[in-house]
Write a protein that binds this ligand. Sequence first.
Ligand code: PGA
Length: 252
Amino acid sequence: MAERIPLIAGNWKMYRTHQEAAELVRALIPRVADVSYCEVVVCPPFTALTTVAELLKGTRIALGAQDVYWKSEGAYTGEISPLMLKAVGCRYGIVGHSERRQHFGETNATVSSKIKALYDAGLIPIICVGERLEEREAGRTHEVVSRQIDECLDGLEEEKLAASVVAYEPVWAIGTGLTATPEQAQEVQAMIRGQVAALYKKQVADALRILYGGSVKPESIRALMAMPDIDGALVGGASLTVESFASIVHFA
Ligand code: PGA
């Protein structure tokens, strides 16, 4: 089986001005400097990307954006292109986050366009999928997640998918304090890997990193990381304080 390097990503959402972001990242750098067994990524708001990128130079922490538009330039007021993200030093871009799906009309089709646009600019997508509470309660988790995977990955070449990151984030666990149990997350993530193996081939599925996201805390990370199909975490609330994010990064 391919060796998958764990990845811990902090999604800061719409928190922190660029000054506050600088303060947070300055304090974080020395706290995770010794970590070599996993990749660490921070995804600040757009307005803080340049500031944070400067501070991250020469460190092992990578930069990601929380969203992107799929055109490289044009008359699209308010949007940010993959080329712009690349130019400020981003390596990753989150797409399909449930908050984008819920509040801003993100669909599997727009996620698919964004994934391709990120690759064209040399960026790696972190593709979010996950079911809502009523869908889980209706026993529709697999159906919903596998449709998201199917439609989001539509037409993506296998070498690109192998380098991608998927984040399984059950919507009912985001920002609620309700973490999925490691077994619940493992079950869906194994399903995702199986689906990718069926759609592409086993080597692609083996290389693909699948993160869990949804109320990840220092107390829950170890048990999650012990699961065979959990390759890291996308962390929201707990990524906003150095103490909790650093201790999540130190799961090993
Ligand atoms: P949370 O957010 O850790 O605050 O639940 C996770 C996410 O939305 O990516």
